[in-house]
Write a protein that binds this ligand. Structure first.
Ligand code: ADE
Length: 224
């Protein structure tokens, strides 16, 4: 998979890709993440990528020209499956959407900023708009990192244990069961006996029942 992330604040997005699973996924050659600094492609004298809103009102608007130039340049190098814009009014990111995106080859994620982008970007250049939740962030960079993380970890070979992503919360519309590690007893607080029994079938049954119980209690909406 190849992901281009277009942003006017590249430093905000670099660290999530420089550590742990996302770093290893790149080192293994499973994914390439390219952060595009929009300001470098600004066409104005002062290298600005935003301007005042027509009709007045507070907040700046990201201009169409540098975005269009960059997207066209990227499109001359690859065929993109989706050109995603991060926005609080987009389609909500779910595990199911992350699963769908993990099957794609080339993605662009455009990070919204200030008051957002000139509407013509959304009308003519973007294929999909994604929100990471009903709250407003200062910019789309953290949302882009969340989307990329949720997607990249699902690509086969990224997680060392292939079954690990399948047992994540939400994959079966269920929440993951509790997990424990050593010591088996701490402060008198014990790990459930069944997990120490070595009886794999019983362990699986216990985990499944715990998942069901937790989902009923915490997220009954998932069972509908
Ligand atoms: N930009 C600002 N808030 C956002 C959100 N909740 N999701 C995606 N992009 C955003």
């Amino acid at each position: 998979m190849h992901i281009d992330i277009i942003t006017c604040l590249p430093r905000l997005i670099e660290s999530p890709f420089s550590d742990s699973i996302l770093k290893r996924a790149q080192a293994k050659g499973i994914v390439t993440v390219n952060v595009v600094d929009l300001r470098q492609y600004a066409t104005t004298k002062h290298k600005t990528t935003d301007d005042y809103a027509f009709g007045g009102g507070a907040g700046m608007v990201m201009m169409i020209e540098p975005i269009d130039n960059r997207i066209n340049h990227l499109k001359s190098q690859r065929v993109y499956d989706e050109i995603i814009y991060t926005s609080p009014d987009g389609e909500k990111l779910t595990q199911s959407l992350a699963n769908q995106l993990s099957l794609k080859q080339n993605l662009i994620i455009l990070c919204g900023h200030y008051k957002g982008v000139d509407e013509r970007v959304r009308e003519h250049l973007i294929t999909r708009e994604i929100s990471i939740g009903d709250y407003v962030l200062s910019g789309g960079e953290l949302a882009a990192a969340v989307i990329a993380d949720a997607v990249i970890r699902l690509i086969p070979g990224v997680l060392s244990d292939e079954t690990s992503a399948l047992s994540d919360s939400f994959q079966d519309h269920l929440i993951a069961p509790p997990v424990y590690t050593r010591p088996a007893e701490y402060n008198g607080w014990k790990v459930p006996d069944v997990l120490l029994s070595g009886h794999q079938a019983n362990i699986e049954e216990w985990r499944h029942n715990q998942s069901l119980e937790r989902t009923q209690k915490r997220r009954p909406d998932l069972l509908k």
